[in-house]
Every structure is written in structure tokens, then in C-alpha cells.
Ligand binder design. Structure first.
Ligand code: GCU
Length: 720
């Protein structure tokens, strides 16, 4: 057995991406460099590294270079003792390297802002050095990650300089993690925050988490669920949070917590949480001071108030601005901020839920403190497979507005289905708002270029858990990755991001590239088709939000499926024009006027805004009923194609990841069929028309489909 060892070793060394791979390393899986020229260049650079100055982010860079060097070259990097002789690679901030940069060069780098960086070659006294230069230690880290990424994706060129900077200030993950380690809407195991064993035990995973985020430029994280537990503000918990904040600091990541509005009652023994009450104000001031004592760069609070039963200022007849400003005043002396969510909806309101956020927030424009950001979900309902953009974007002028995307696939097949969300987010970011400028898009509103806002934010509800591969479904990693890239630059193309992720995750082979890209780019449209085509929405089963439940009753107040699809013998869809709820009027005139005519409404949003007869004629010439059938059927067919495409990669991808994805695609096809069959059989009870001949005729018994199959789906919100 013993003398087989060298053969086994060689096998593992040379099979590269075919080695068993559990996905733990994410996109930071530094595989041996195959191209000899690149190998040579990188070996040289890694043979003489010199750091200018000393700071904790440099330690983080060192750690990364060590991992990368072991992966790329199978050897440790070498550091130089002096900056010239044996040195090849210079690393430091602009200030630290200033004597080697001409004035013009310095000005160019400086203009990129504190988080911007430059990398390229510098000639000094006849010798060329490659340099990674940031305007701050953290942006030097960003330069380093970008440098490593270019090597990993085989695009590194020593002679081409590269600059970059983030377009959005706060690029943030929101964990919906509870203190008992369950994760609301989390499908990848338990929370990675091991509160019980903190602060004494520090899981090495925390650092890998920080590395992954920093490699994308994510610079903020809120650790706890928006349905908050006040205990996180206790001193003993703050001690635990401090450990994480200290670990994340060199990676440029600030920690935020969720603040429960009723904390003054629950932990301060007060009788009220009225934001204008002096004792309440002092409670918050003291809590905040205590937190900053432990964590001097604490980010601030994320708050869900007066929504889905959460406490808030409305209990005291105060508005959102009064509630947010009270917390903002406590945080301001320390430079902290309040992120106040606009996801508000109650069970009582007798209105179209679509309208509630604009009704509550538009009148408050200009009333929020400068250190408040109102965080708005991408659409007005709730992270549906496809939603029109939220009408708050562009509607307010003097309020900092941030975007909230959901990375965890609550309504998009959870961790069972492969759905690449980059395309969906790109679609939303590119949507025209027509406000404040005629040319405005959602991206231009949230990156502040068309508004006056001084704080900008893109947040993503995390899909991370204790599963070995972090995200449950391997392709969930692509969504974490795409979120980070779009938060850095909302103008990036989702297709380009997918290419990059595939290279970093599966290597360079063009066949792999092409097939996986095809799968990823088709996946979102497929899910929309087999779940909620043509603007239908919220047809998922109650509470678990996974499988179909268009039949779920409960009356209007319960916001169940019937409320949203409104199918009857005459037709289907939600009339949000003036003859209906009027929600369409919350958009700019260019949209509300045009879309009030169904013929001028993009068909992907048709039933979102209109209730139309089953025989309504679509652009294709088909009736609405036929088109619904065709879309559901197409969704199923695309899911099948995704699997046959994947199967072509069997010999090219390691068997561990191949089988993981293959099995899940099998389940995805079954779920897609389940969605199509049950939804079409159900809608047929209203439409009373035959299915189009060209589709696979839905099989099965509606009563059977109506039995909920998923009572123990993970991530369900307790008591909901
Ligand atoms: C959805 C989700 C809840 C979550 C809520 C929110 O409704 O189902 O679990 O609490 O969004 O964003 O606050």
C-alpha cells in the first residue's frame, strides 16, 4: 500500500478541479496554475513580496497570499526584507508608496476615493515592480483580492493597469439569524454565529466568512434577524459581538445589529418605548454608548418596525421618522447609522398591500436625519420570483434610500433549486424610474448619482448557514457572489458575473463555461415560468413559501393566494389601475399612464396590474389562458434542459459537485412539474377551457396536489 502513495499524490495534483470538492472554499479555491507563462510570472511575483507599513489588513493580505501561493504554486510565498533588492511585488497604501508615484499618478489614485485601488507596474531606477495600492489598508486588500482573482481566472496581465472603486457606500449582508441559531428563511443549516460558545470559542469559519465577503467588497453585516430579540443588546451578548467585530475589522467589515423597538420595555424596565420620551431616549443613548465602548467602529442598527407584528413608533402615535431619528440621535455622536426598513405591512390594513410603504414613507420625505437610510425591498410585495421595481425608488427626494435584495431563495425554490438571481437583480437595477430625472433608473437612484443622498446602501438577505458549502445548493454561492459584485458596481452585467464565478468555481474549460452559463442564465426565467408567470405573484403555499398553493384561502386580511391572483369565471389578475387599487399611480406618470393600458404593459407584469378575461388576446395571438399554459409548460421544459445540459458535464466536473447538482436538478424538475400541473388544474376550474394542445397535458388530481407537502420546510418563521 505504502509505495502507491506517490501515484495517488500525482493523481490528486494533476486532476485539478476533478478532485472531490465539497464547495467549502467558495470562489477562493486557488487551483494550480496550468498556463506555464502565467505560472512563471506569478512565481516571480510571489518570490519577493514587500509590504509598506504595518497594519491588520496587511496581515489579512498575507494570509490570502499564503493560501493563494500554496494553491497556485504549491509553495509558500517569500517576503523581502528590503523594498528593492529581491522584491517583485509592492503592497501598501497610496500614502505609503507616495515617493514612488508621480504627482499625476497619485492624484489619479486619490480620485478613486478611500475604497478605490490601483494595481499595475511601476518602474523605479530601471527595475519593474508590480504594485497593489489602495487609498486605505482595506482597499489595498481589495486590490489584492482582485489581483488573485485575475490569476485564478487566467486574465492577469502585468502590463495592464487596473483601477476600481465601489459605486455604493454600504455593501451589506443582512442575516436573519436568531440567537438560538435557527435562521428565518435560511435553508443552509443553522446560523454560523455560535452565540453559545462565543466569546470564548472562535470558530475558524468566521475568518473564511470575512475573506469571502471582503473578496467581493462587502463591507457591512448585520448579524441578527430583523424580527429582533432585544437580548442581543445585553452586555454579555455585546461581548460576543465584539469578538466578531474584531475579527472582521481587518477585512473592512463593520458590524450592525438589529434593534428591537420595544427593548426599553423588555430590558430597561420602562413602561413605554415612545421615541419622544426622555427616559426612552436615555435608555438608547446608554445602550449605544455601551456598545461603542466595546466596538468603537460599530455600524449601527437595522430596524423592522410596525410590520408583521413588530413593535414600533406607531404604538405611540409617532411616525417612522420620529422612531428612526431617536435611534439616529443616539448613534450620531459615534458616527453610527440607522437603517430603517420600508417593508411595512400589517394584517389589518384594508388596502392593497402594494401601496402601504409609499403611503407611509412618501409624506416623511425630508424628515429623516442624515444618518438614516430607508431600506426598501426591490419590489412592493415581497421578494417574489419577479416583481416590478418598488415605487418608492424615485418617489422621494430628500431621503437616503437603500436597496434590499434577498439572496436566500425564500420564494425561489430555497436551497433545492438552481436559480441564478444575478439576472433578476440586473433587470431591476436597469428599470427606468423616470424620477428624479427623466433618465433615472433604479441603479442611479440607489447609487446616489441622480439624487442628493449622502449615504448609499445595497443590502442582501444572506443565504449562508452551517452547511459545509455555506449556501445549501452549490449554486447559491453564485448568488452571494453576484450580490457582492452588483453592490460594488450595480452596472455590471449578470452574464459577465456568471462567467467570472464559473471560472473561479469550476475552472477554465470552455465547454464548462458555456454549459454552466447557459444553465444559469436560463434559470430565473424558468422559475418565473413554472411558478408565477405573466405577473402572477404570491401563489406559494402559506408559511413555507416553497411549493404551489394558489388555492390557499383565508380571506383578504390574511394576504393569501386568492387575494393576489383574483381568479374567477371571468378572468384573472390584480387590477392595480384606477379602476382597481390605484397602486400603479404610485409610479412616475410615464409608467402609470402607459401601463394603465394592458396592451402597453410589459407582458411579464400583465397580471400584476390588470384583471383580464381568460380570452384576452396576447401579443402572440394566443388567448391569455393559452399563454398561461404555455408559460408553465415552458418553465418545466427549461428545467429539464438545465439538467440535460448539466449531465453533459459529468466527465468534466468532480463527481461530488456533479452529483450534488444533478440530484437537486432532478428534484427541481419534479417541483416544476408539480407547480405546473397543480396550478393549471386549479386555474382551469375557473377558466373552464381546454389546455393548449401543444403543451404536456397536466396530470394528477387537484385534491391530491392541494395537500400541503412541506409542513417541515426549513426556515419557517416561528408562530407565523
Ligand atoms: C417576508 C418573510 C418573513 C420576513 C419578512 C421581512 O415576509 O416571509 O420571514 O420576516 O419578509 O422581510 O421582514
Amino acid at each position: 500500500m505504502k509505495n502507491l502513495f506517490p501515484f495517488i499524490l500525482c493523481f490528486f495534483l494533476f486532476t485539478g478541479h476533478l478532485q472531490a470538492n465539497d464547495g467549502y472554499k467558495l470562489w477562493l479555491d486557488y487551483q494550480p496554475i496550468e498556463r506555464s507563462e502565467l505560472h512563471q510570472t506569478v512565481s516571480e511575483l510571489f518570490s519577493g513580496i514587500f509590504f509598506f507599513g504595518k497594519n491588520p489588513s496587511h496581515e489579512a493580505i498575507k494570509k490570502e497570499l499564503e493560501l493563494a501561493s500554496q494553491g497556485f504554486l504549491k509553495q509558500a510565498p517569500k517576503y523581502s526584507a528590503d523594498r528593492f533588492q529581491t522584491t517583485q511585488l509592492w503592497i501598501g497604501t497610496r500614502q505609503e508608496l507616495s515617493q514612488f508615484l508621480g504627482l499625476e499618478h497619485q492624484a489619479k489614485i486619490k480620485a478613486l476615493g478611500e475604497e478605490g485601488y490601483w494595481r499595475g507596474s511601476i518602474i523605479h531606477e530601471g527595475k519593474s515592480y508590480y504594485a497593489l495600492i489602495g487609498n486605505s489598508p482595506v482597499s489595498t486588500l481589495y486590490a489584492s483580492f482582485d489581483f488573485l482573482k485575475s490569476i485564478q481566472s487566467n486574465t492577469f496581465d502585468k502590463d495592464t493597469e487596473k483601477t476600481d472603486y465601489p459605486k455604493i457606500k454600504l455593501r451589506m449582508l443582512n442575516h436573519w439569524d436568531n440567537l438560538d441559531r435557527t435562521v428565518e428563511r435560511g435553508y443552509a443549516g443553522f446560523s454560523i454565529w455560535d452565540w453559545h460558545r462565543l466569546p470564548g470559542y472562535v470558530d475558524p469559519r468566521y475568518i473564511d466568512y470575512a475573506r469571502a465577503n471582503a473578496s467581493l467588497g462587502i463591507n457591512a453585516v448585520s448579524l441578527t434577524n430583523v424580527n429582533a430579540n432585544a437580548w442581543i443588546l445585553r452586555e454579555d451578548f455585546v461581548e460576543k459581538v465584539k469578538v466578531l467585530a474584531d475579527l472582521f475589522r481587518p477585512y473592512g467589515i463593520k458590524v450592525f445589529l438589529t434593534a428591537r423597538f420595544s427593548a426599553p420595555i423588555e430590558m430597561g424596565n420602562l413602561e413605554t418605548a415612545d421615541p419622544l420620551d426622555e427616559q426612552v431616549r436615555s435608555f438608547w443613548k446608554e445602550r449605544v454608548d455601551m456598545i461603542y465602548e466595546a466596538i468603537p467602529d460599530f455600524g449601527g442598527f437595522l430596524v423592522k418596525a410596525n410590520s408583521e407584528g413588530q413593535p414600533g413608533p406607531h404604538e405611540y402615535n409617532r411616525d417612522h421618522a420620529e422612531g428612526a431619528n431617536m435611534l439616529a440621535d443616539a448613534l450620531a455622536p459615534h458616527g453610527g447609522i440607522v437603517i430603517w426598513r420600508a417593508f411595512v405591512y400589517s394584517h389589518e390594513i384594508d388596502e392593497d398591500r402594494h401601496k402601504q410603504a409609499n403611503l407611509e414613507f412618501e409624506p416623511l420625505d425630508g424628515k429623516f436625519r442624515d444618518n438614516v437610510i430607508v431600506q426598501v425591498k426591490n419590489g412592493a410585495i415581497d421578494f417574489q420570483p419577479r416583481e416590478p421595481f418598488h415605487p418608492l425608488f424615485g418617489a422621494v427626494k430628500e431621503t437616503n434610500l437603500g436597496m434590499e435584495f434577498q439572496i436566500t431563495q425564500e420564494y425561489l425554490g430555497q436551497a433545492t433549486q438552481l436559480v441564478y438571481l444575478g439576472t433578476m437583480w440586473e433587470e431591476i437595477l436597469m428599470d427606468k424610474t423616470y424620477r428624479p430625472k427623466p433618465s433615472s433608473t433604479v441603479a442611479r437612484v440607489i447609487d446616489g448619482s441622480d439624487t442628493e443622498q449622502n449615504l448609499t446602501l445595497m443590502a442582501g438577505v444572506s443565504n449562508i448557514g452551517t452547511d459545509r458549502n455555506w449556501t445549501g445548493h452549490l449554486f447559491g454561492q453564485a448568488n452571494w457572489y453576484a450580490f457582492g459584485q452588483l453592490a460594488w458596481d450595480p452596472d455590471r452585467s449578470a452574464a459577465e458575473i456568471s462567467e467570472e464565478w464559473i471560472k473561479l468555481t469550476f475552472g477554465q474549460k470552455p465547454e464548462i463555461q458555456a454549459k454552466i452559463k447557459e444553465i444559469m442564465l436560463a434559470s430565473h426565467e424558468a422559475a418565473v415560468n413554472y411558478m408565477t408567470p405573466l405577473g402572477l405573484h404570491h401563489l406559494m403555499g402559506r408559511s413555507h413559501h416553497y411549493g404551489p398553493g394558489p388555492w390557499v384561502e383565508g380571506g383578504r386580511a390574511d394576504w393569501t393566494s386568492l387575494y393576489y391572483h383574483r381568479a374567477d369565471s371571468l378572468g384573472i389578475g390584480f387590477d392595480r389601475t384606477e379602476t382597481g387599487s390605484g397602486a400603479l399611480n404610485q409610479y412616475a406618470n410615464e409608467i402609470s399612464k402607459t401601463w394603465s393600458d394592458p396592451k402597453k404593459t410589459p407582458e411579464k407584469f400583465l397580471l400584476w396590474f390588470h384583471h383580464l378575461p381568460w380570452d384576452y388576446q396576447m401579443q402572440s395571438g394566443n388567448t391569455l389562458w393559452e399563454e398561461i399554459g404555455l408559460h408553465y409548460d415552458k418553465g418545466v421544459k427549461t428545467a429539464r434542459e438545465m439538467r440535460s445540459n448539466w449531465r453533459e458535464l459529468e466527465k468534466l466536473v468532480d463527481s461530488e459537485r456533479f452529483s450534488h447538482v444533478d440530484q437537486l436538478l432532478g428534484v427541481q424538475i419534479e417541483e416544476a412539474e408539480w407547480w405546473r400541473n397543480s396550478s393549471l388544474l386549479y386555474f382551469q376550474t375557473f377558466a373552464k377551457r381546454p389546455f393548449p394542445d401543444s403543451i404536456e397535458q397536466p396530470e394528477g388530481d387537484l385534491e391530491f396536489y392541494k395537500q400541503q407537502r412541506f409542513p417541515f420546510a426549513p426556515g419557517i418563521r416561528p408562530n407565523w
